[in-house]
Design a protein around this ligand. Structure first.
Ligand code: IVH
Length: 675
């Protein structure tokens, strides 16, 4: 083949390949098979090798990545890279709309462009005379790292813009989000696991890590992708609205997300947002919300920006019950049964409107499984539980300063020996008189699920045990008003109130009493079932394990534990002392099916008048219901108190029934009553 003929062929192949790339990545509509595409690439590569003088750094064959860099060059952004105002609350988005209308002096509705908020890494891209010239990370917003070489490996990023549909200005600058498609992320982690390398915690971290690779050849294997979402200087090109700016970028061959929609006003925009709550899970990439941008670019110009965010847009984030933070310290807590559990003390972080400072690490096995260390960056999840949990450790974020977390050798409170039962994961303090265990037992005894002794809180229990005034729960009833009044933060009135509360608690239902005793494996529900089957405590205490295990929902573990409890002389002694103190449980009437809420999922939000959310949750769980942190298609009821946040509007929009505390109490009492 002659050189001229080869040149023509090479140019034609490059054009064809770019066109197919565009159909594949930008239009999402391939017209040839992957095999045919690979054939074209191979043909081009062979020609470039035979005629090296025809080689060109922008050839589609050169996505493989250039030479490794020693470090990234820092380059100033032509315009600051701002962030967006963001919120989880629909009301706040509506307030944004109202404020913006006032600022603009517009009477009628404001038109918006609604886009998915891609959960990736922002980049600034520059094209000069249609050629990809520079790509920067956000950095500190005024200057970023030059990651051009890594960005060149992204197949959906055109190295040359197409002038077919619209002319290309001398210089084009745009902003885009680089992301890891879920499938590519899963494949990357699978390869890393096989190679014994650390895993990336999520696609976003993997995208960030890939952009920061100094060797672009490694980036080639990672299959990143990107969506362009902002064209700078669009008005200078005669473009009047943001939707048209996105279209222009698409015409140049840049990938623009296909789910962008125009909304005539805020109502339409919010309706679009609602749809994505559940639909987003079907997308092949992660999103963390929606972005509402005013459609008209003249509005963008007149509104301008604060030092951090533009006034023409807002991000409406999806609620999630997870967040990332750091482990500052680990406290080993001794529970009422002696189980010593690790609790991570965290850098405070907001989840679903509350500040989270602690999360459980469950046990030493879980620490080992997660390989959690002091100083680690972690993901925590609120879930339906009272205490959030650590669900993920971000090993890739380690700095070398993280320290391993060994379990303690002795009880952190009483220094007694710790024991691990065969087959169990928990380590336990063997000292039944361990003050930490005793304090917890007393608090549990007095709690709302137990004897509900008003005013007996943690600070008071702390003093009662530390001053040696109480050695077991029966001692509580011998305390005099005078003794109580002498304690810190107590006065005659609170002492008298506590005394009255102790008196008032002398006739608990047997269900509450059993629960209050803190028998291992006996929660509120099992206590109720046992109390229903054995209206008299003496009969229950005498029951053999087989008889107990034959009760509905009482398995062999609970049965054995109950039997063991009543067989122990210490328990018998305590029960006798409680009886002497006048604590006589009442038999309960079998009212209704205790699992009246079985199969129902509840979400709680806002402040309830009498119950904390946790208490309300416990009542629901005791009736067999489930409590979730976020609304979903599975939610049956939203229980809303004061200041319910965005969940209320979302539930109403989704047609989920909303109850207040009274409504919940009604629902609970339609099943078995509190007693
Ligand atoms: S517009 C001035 N549109 O979210 C900033 N941002 O919290 C204008 N993002 O920095 C941003 N998808 O990294 C915009 N469709 C989208 C987006 C998007 C993801 C990211 C981007 C931005 C951050 C703002």
């Amino acid at each position: 083949m002659q050189r001229n003929e080869a040149r023509r062929k090479v140019e034609q192949l490059r054009r064809t390949i770019r066109e197919h790339n565009r159909r594949y990545y930008v239009d999402n509509a391939a017209t040839i098979s992957d095999g045919e595409f690979d054939g074209l690439m191979a043909e081009l590569a062979a020609l470039e090798e035979r005629f090296p003088q025809l080689d060109d750094p922008e050839s589609p064959t050169h996505r493989v990545g250039g030479e490794p860099l020693a470090a990234f060059r820092t380059v100033a952004h032509s315009r600051p890279m701002l962030s967006l105002q963001n919120t989880y609350s629909a009301e706040e988005v509506r307030r944004f709309d109202e404020r913006t209308r006032r600022l603009l002096g517009e009477e009628g509705p404001l038109a918006y462009v609604v886009e998915l908020k891609i959960d990736g890494i922002a980049v600034a891209l520059r094209y000069e005379r249609g050629h990809f010239a520079l790509g920067l990370t956000r950095g500190d917003g005024t200057q970023g790292d030059d990651v051009t070489a890594n960005l060149r490996t992204i197949r959906s990023l055109p190295l040359v813009l197409s002038a077919e549909a619209a002319p290309i200005p001398e210089r084009v600058e745009l902003r885009a989000e680089v992301y890891f498609p879920r499938a590519a992320f899963a494949a990357l982690n699978a390869r890393r696991r096989e190679a014994g390398l650390g895993l990336f915690a999520n696609p976003r971290n993997a995208a960030a890590g890939t952009l920061k690779l100094l060797d672009p050849r490694l980036a080639t294997e990672r299959h990143l992708a990107l969506f362009a979402y902002q064209l700078l200087d669009a008005p200078e090109l005669g473009i009047e609205n943001h939707g048209a700016a996105l279209e222009r970028m698409r015409a140049w061959g840049l990938p623009v997300n296909p789910h962008v929609r125009r909304a005539a006003g805020i109502d339409e925009a919010m309706a679009l947002c609602e749809q994505w709550e559940s639909r987003r899970r079907d997308l092949p990439y992660d999103t963390d919300g929606l972005v509402l941008k005013l459609a008209r670019l003249t509005w963008h110009a007149s509104l301008g920006a604060t030092s951090k965010v533009p006034r023409w847009g807002i991000a409406y984030k999806f609620e999630t019950d997870r967040a990332q933070t750091r482990i500052l310290r680990v406290d080993w807590q001794v529970g009422r049964t002696g189980a010593v559990t690790p609790v991570a003390v965290l850098e405070p972080v907001q989840i679903l409107g509350t500040t989270v400072k602690r999360a459980t690490l469950h046990n030493a096995d879980e620490i080992a499984r997660l390989d959690a260390r002091l100083g680690d960056r972690v993901t925590i999840e609120k879930g339906g539980e009272i205490i959030p949990k650590v669900v993920e450790v971000h090993r890739e974020a380690r700095t070398g300063e993280q320290r391993p977390l060994g379990p303690p050798q002795r009880c952190p409170v009483c220094s007694e020996r710790l024991e691990r039962e065969a087959g169990a994961v928990a380590i336990r303090c063997v000292n039944e008189h361990c003050p930490a265990q005793l304090k917890r037992r007393i608090l549990h005894f007095a709690s709302r699920g137990g004897l509900e002794i008003e005013g007996l809180g943690a600070a008071l229990v702390e003093q009662l045990v530390d001053h040696g005034m109480v050695h077991d729960v029966a001692d509580l009833f011998a305390l005099t008003t005078e003794e109580l009044a002498r304690l810190e933060r107590m006065g005659p009135r609170s002492a008298a109130n506590l005394r009255a509360a102790l008196e008032a608690s002398r006739r608990p239902s047997l269900a509450r009493y059993l629960h209050a005793l803190g028998i291992r494996h006996v929660g509120a529900r099992a206590a109720r079932l046992l109390a229903e089957a054995y209206p008299l405590l003496h009969d229950l205490a005498a029951a053999d394990p087989e008889a107990l295990a034959s009760l509905p929902e009482i398995g062999p573990t609970i049965a054995a534990s109950v039997h063991r409890y009543f067989a122990r002389p210490e328990s018998r002694q305590l029960l006798a002392r409680l009886e002497q103190a006048g604590i006589i449980p009442r038999p309960i009437a079998k009212t209704a099916e205790p699992s009246s809420l079985a199969g129902l999922t509840f979400v709680l939000t806002g402040t309830l008048p009498n119950w904390s959310r946790e208490e309300a949750g416990q009542h629901i769980i005791a009736r067999g219901g489930r409590v979730a942190a976020t609304l979903s298609g599975k939610t049956n009821y939203l229980i809303a108190g004061e200041n319910p946040g965005s969940k209320l509007a979302k539930a109403e929009a989704a047609g989920i029934p909303v109850l207040d505390e009274t409504g919940l109490r009604d629902l609970l009492s339609r099943g078995p009553s509190g007693d």
